[in-house]
Ligand binder design. Structure first.
Ligand code: GAR
Length: 217
């Protein structure tokens, strides 16, 4: 089986990246993490990647000023140089230009800490609490030029408890993220995900329900 070469793009601690690295240690996993790329030289996840023997790259966005296209072109060059086939955004906190996104049709995925299409953007956990949401969670989706808007591949849900606070809710959602991201990348790397009318259809064996991806607490 040829494993798809994946680049994980990060900006920070990289716990989702670490979950993908762990999953890819299984020789039967259909993807290998070939590169971890950060837009911040101080991203903690770079050390985790290095200690797992994974190639790392930094494309420092501050060197490109407001020129997003030039930053994206520099990222693209590194991806091509590393023969990357799939891109996984994992806490990558830069908006990408349409010109870049269009080079990775149905080959770039993102994890977002909310049940899309609810709570796009930032501060998702506090906004879910403020809205009185009774369930919350995380979504892995294909990346399209519009932010947090692409076809949904996998979601995982958590209950919002009475008296929940942001940190506790974020922790439970993060545990879900670490389950659904390796699953979603697996499905994409196995070419089991088709997009029709803006929706993902999954071929083959059934995928666990969102509820089944919820940790016991
Ligand atoms: C994760 O919760 C991820 O869903 C979120 O940032 C965190 C990164 O944590 N992503 C976004 O908010 C993207 N808009 P990590 O670095 O430990 O994976």
């Amino acid at each position: 089986m040829s494993r798809k070469r994946v680049a994980v793009l990060i900006s920070g601690r990289g716990s989702n990246m670490a979950a993908l690295i762990e999953a890819a240690k299984d020789k039967n996993y259909p993807a290998e993490i070939a590169l971890v790329l950060s837009n911040r030289p101080d991203a903690g996840g770079l050390d985790t990647a290095k200690s797992n023997g994974i190639a790392t790259a930094v494309v420092d966005h501050t060197k490109y000023g407001k020129d997003r296209a030039a930053f994206d072109a520099a990222v693209q060059a590194v991806l091509v140089q590393n023969k990357i086939e799939l891109v996984a955004l994992a806490g990558f906190m830069r908006l990408l230009t349409a010109g870049f996104v269009d080079q990775w049709p149905e080959r770039m995925i993102n994890i977002h800490p909310a049940l899309l299409p609810a709570f796009k953007g930032l501060d998702t956990h506090q906004r879910a609490l403020d809205a009185g949401a009774k369930v919350h969670g995380a979504t892995v989706h294909f990346v399209v030029p519009e932010m947090d808007a692409g076809p949904i591949i996998v979601q995982g849900a958590v209950n919002v408890h009475a008296g929940d606070i942001e940190a506790a809710l974020a922790k439970r959602v993060l545990a879900v993220e670490h389950r659904i991201y390796p699953l979603a990348l697996k499905l994409v790397a196995e070419d089991r995900v088709r997009v029709a009318n803006g929706r993902c259809l999954i071929d083959g064996a059934p995928v666990p329900d969102a509820g089944a991806l919820t940790p016991s607490d």
